[in-house]
Design a protein around this ligand. Structure first.
Ligand SMILES: [Cu+2]
Length: 125
């Protein structure tokens, strides 16, 4: 999980970002049973994408990739689900079940980061 080389990872993500349509969802999703994986890149002080659209009730694995200089994490508000706090170049995952209707908010809980802009939404519709 923490053995990801930075360069292949970054190149992949760059391709991913370039391929993504403006706005919402990461282009890199694959079906693995019912669980969809979405890569979310953490930097100072954003998540990209910050809005993830999912099917109601579906399982979503969020793969957090830290491309920033500081340590970051991803907490699902109110669910008690979270990644580890990871350093530059590392990844961790958290799997959530999307609500039937509505949204889940997520944020980085390193002090000050949420306030600086590290927050986003998983929107089911
Ligand atoms: Cu952070």
């Amino acid at each position: 999980m923490k053995l990801f080389g930075m360069f292949p990872c970054s190149a992949l993500l760059m391709a991913c970002v370039l391929a993504a349509s403006p706005g919402a969802v990461s282009a890199h999703q694959h079906k693995d049973g019912d669980t969809r994986t979405v890569e979310v890149v953490a930097k100072e002080f954003t998540f990209e994408p910050s809005r993830i659209e999912v099917a109601p009730g579906s399982r979503v694995e969020i793969k957090l990739v830290n491309e920033g200089n500081l340590s970051h994490n991803l907490h699902i508000a109110g669910e008690g689900m979270k990644t580890e706090t990871i350093q530059t170049g590392h990844t961790d995952t958290v799997t959530v079940t999307a609500p039937e209707n509505g949204k889940l908010e997520f944020f980085c809980n390193v002090p000050g980061h949420k306030q600086a802009g590290m927050r986003g939404k998983i929107v089911a519709h």
